[in-house]
Design a protein around this ligand. Structure first.
Ligand SMILES: [Zn+2]
Length: 141
């Protein structure tokens, strides 16, 4: 299977994530930034391993979806400006109405990033992993 998803698949996945990610954010809120980074790494690995099942309905579909939602939640809580993926935006502000993390005025780091649209679970896994790496390096410094 190629990395491409149909518009209908993307739309359905985005809708499911708009419900699931805030639930995971609630659960991850009490954790330390370092623990959230570890969770982001673990989730990115699961999504990278089983992202095709999420797209094609394979045996690890539910596991991959939960890892995607939990990983996005971990990244949303720790990355400057939050995280954007599959047309959705999530950040630490539960009332945020920004369309993307690039709309956050106080995200110096985000403003320098390439706002390339992210459209597949595998790309999301890469974003989550990159954010977790960035944050882990920040913690270690
Ligand atoms: Zn936001």
């Amino acid at each position: 299977m190629s990395g491409l998803m149909t518009d209908t698949q993307q739309s359905l996945l985005r809708t499911m994530l708009l419900i699931a990610v805030p639930m995971h954010i609630d659960k991850l809120c009490p954790l330390t930034p370092m623990r959230r980074c570890e969770i982001a790494h673990q989730c990115a690995d699961v999504v990278a391993q089983h992202g095709d099942d999420l797209q094609a309905g394979g045996g690890h579909c539910a596991e991959a979806f939960n890892a995607l939602a939990r990983g996005l939640a971990a990244a949303a809580l720790t990355a400057p400006g939050g995280v954007d993926a599959l047309g959705g935006h999530w950040c630490a502000d539960p009332w945020c109405r920004a369309a993307s993390r690039f709309d956050h005025a106080d995200t110096e780091q985000a403003a320098t990033d390439d706002p390339e649209p992210i459209t597949t679970p595998r790309q999301v896994a890469d974003v989550i992993r990159d954010l977790a790496d960035y944050l882990t390096e920040g913690e270690a410094a």
